[in-house]
Design a protein around this ligand. Structure first.
Ligand SMILES: [Zn+2]
Length: 207
């Protein structure tokens, strides 16, 4: 967390990422938005197919949604640290065994953005949990899900492949859980590559 705090001081202006009002120089959120985020209720559910359990720190709404947008579209990397903090604090301890694997970005999207929001979040979370971050998945084609309907997203689930041996117990990390189709594709590939337990952790979940 030390490095992320220093980075946020140097890089981010002292404005709240969610509402744009002034806040402490080293803070990502103002006091009011911090409180609002603190009131969001985590969601634990049976995972989509192939995923044992799916846990999200908040519904995809309000301040939590603003943080996802700030990381994804404004590339505010200190936000990944804050999101990982909350996931670490709030997730039930019995879910947190295993190595972290991030849901892979589409190659075209990675080229376009130059960075991978889910990857940043996964790296920050692995550091917090003091566990391994394993890159063993890759995504082929059909990367763009934004703007598609729910039915289209499910029908056009991305093709995910294992590119190495998977850890036995996996914490599969993404920023948002929408239909779960992507998590299912990842879980299938992980199980084929040796994973026995797959728990999905996302910062938000669309309800
Ligand atoms: Zn605010």
């Amino acid at each position: 967390m030390g490095v992320l705090q220093v980075a946020s001081t140097l890089v981010a202006p002292p404005l709240c990422v969610a509402c744009g009002r002034g806040c402490r120089a080293e803070a990502v959120l103002c006091t009011r938005c911090s409180r609002s985020l603190g009131a969001a209720t985590p969601i634990l559910a049976r995972g989509p197919q192939g995923v044992d359990r799916a846990w999200s720190s908040a519904p995809h709404d309000g301040v939590a949604r603003s943080l996802v947008g700030a990381l994804k579209f404004r590339r505010l990397l200190p936000v990944a640290g804050l999101m990982a903090d909350r996931m670490h604090w709030l997730a039930p301890g019995h879910l947190l065994g295993g190595a972290v694997v991030s849901v892979p970005a589409a190659p075209s999207r990675l080229r376009h953005r130059g960075f991978d929001p889910a990857g940043e979040l996964a790296a920050a979370l692995a550091a917090q949990l003091e566990t391994d971050l394993v890159s063993c998945l890759a995504r082929r084609g059909l990367g763009h899900q934004v703007g598609r309907t729910r039915a289209e997203r499910i029908a056009r689930a991305p093709r995910i492949e294992a590119i190495g041996e998977a850890p036995r117990s996996v914490l599969l990390v993404d920023d948002v859980l929408t239909t779960g189709a992507t998590l299912t594709s990842c879980a299938m590939a992980l199980r084929e590559a040796g994973a026995k337990r797959v728990v999905a952790l996302t910062f938000t979940r669309r309800l």
